[in-house]
Design a binder for this molecule. Structure first.
Ligand SMILES: Nc1ncnc2c1ncn2[C@@H]1O[C@H](COP(=O)(O)OP(=O)(O)OP(=O)(O)O)[C@@H](O)[C@H]1O
Ligand SMILES: [Mg+2]
Length: 339
């Protein structure tokens, strides 16, 4: 997939930079007020009982803080964190060996839990509910399965697609938290905090501008901050003013709505080549020389959310706001077709 400055998914190079900016305590975690209160209650109650916290499922779009919260759960509980992910567990045996090495009170973080293979999923049900795992010893007809009792532990699962999670697995989580897109004032706090950690001099007006263009996503906010900070260092005295933020964002082609080149190519493609649509995803992607997956996972969710694009059974349509955003007026026959 082509990398883009506004993609909500992390790039490989970004992971190290991200871990430096992760809040470590619930107190420091900005936004998501409802989820934060609920989670605090779940953790406090467990601490009062002197027990492990219930299993926790975190669901929400990429870049909103699921991994960050999983790490916070472990640190708030004073527990060791074990990390794995659905795709990393190829066979049930991989999961069995992780489970059988858990210590009492550990937090097992399973990222992309919707991508666990079936047999591993079934093993996980049993482990979460009865703290039991059957370990298979040996191979072939002589193989035997030995039941093993596990010490109490907490699973924190993260998923961007909670709809794909089978009901029996979903039901084994005592608490499910949904992450929502962030408001501008919350993103503003996040970039101000990140700037402090990065030792960057960020003026308040520039912080608000970054927040506005970050698509409700902390990961994008932090990424834009790094780019404007680079710009301010190279082209100025390092101070990120509103003017240098504007110049940097223009250089990276991120417009005032947070749309970038790819988003505009998608909208322009629908409008200029397909007269506003409807057009199918793969035809559209091909016409602008992009992978359908990139268009669908990077560009579309935000365009739909902001009302620039709508998905219909017949294909993608550019809305009146899209025409307007590109400085065009929507032809009258299309406008009446919308009514
Ligand atoms: N509430 C928040 N306050 C401050 N920073 C945050 C917050 N949420 C996320 N971040 C920052 O955004 C970045 C991405 O967060 P994180 O990795 O937790 O997202 P994620 O939901 O796990 O994404 P993915 O679905 O891609 O795994 C991190 O660098 C983190 O520091
Ligand atoms: Mg994550």
């Amino acid at each position: 997939m082509t990398e883009s400055i506004i993609q909500p998914q992390a790039t490989d190079a970004e992971r190290a930079a991200e871990s430096a900016l992760r809040p470590k305590q619930l107190e420091e975690f900005v936004g998501q007020p409802k989820l934060r209160k609920q989670l605090q209650l779940v953790l406090e109650a467990a601490k009062l009982r002197g027990a492990c916290a219930d299993h926790i499922l975190l669901s929400g779009p990429p870049g909103l803080g699921k991994t960050t919260l999983a790490m916070i759960v472990a640190s708030e509980m004073g527990s060791a964190l074990r990390l794995t992910s659905g795709p990393a567990i190829q066979h049930a045996g991989d999961l069995a060996s992780i489970l059988s090495s858990l210590q009492e009170g550990d937090v097992l973080f399973i990222d992309e839990i919707h991508r666990l293979a079936r047999p591993a999923e079934e093993m996980l049900y049993l482990a979460m509910e009865d703290f039991r795992v059957d370990v298979v010893v040996g191979k072939g007809p002589g193989a035997t399965s030995i039941p093993l009792t596990l010490p109490p532990f907490t699973v924190v699962g993260a998923t961007t697609r909670s709809g794909l999670l089978p009901a029996p697995l979903r039901d084994r989580f005592g608490y499910t938290g949904h992450l929502e897109y962030y408001e501008h004032d919350e993103l503003e706090k996040i970039v101000v905090r990140s700037a402090r950690l990065l030792d960057a001099d960020l003026e308040p007006a520039a912080a608000l501008e970054l927040a506005r263009r970050s698509r409700g996503t902390p990961r994008i906010a932090n990424r834009l901050l790094r780019r404007v900070s680079d710009y301010a260092q190279v082209h100025g005295n390092g101070v990120i003013s509103l003017a240098s933020a504007h110049a940097a964002l223009e250089l990276f082609e991120v417009d005032p709505y947070g749309l970038d080149r790819l988003d505009r190519m998608v909208l322009e493609g629908i409008i200029h080549r397909f007269n506003g649509g409807p057009v199918g995803l793969s035809t559209l992607a091909m016409s602008i020389g992009e992978e359908p997956e990139t268009v669908e996972t990077v560009s579309e969710p935000y365009l739909v959310r902001e009302g620039f694009l709508s998905r219909t059974p017949r294909g993608r349509i550019a809305t009146a706001s899209a025409w307007k955003h590109l400085g065009l007026s929507m032809p009258a026959d299309l406008l009446s077709g919308l009514a």
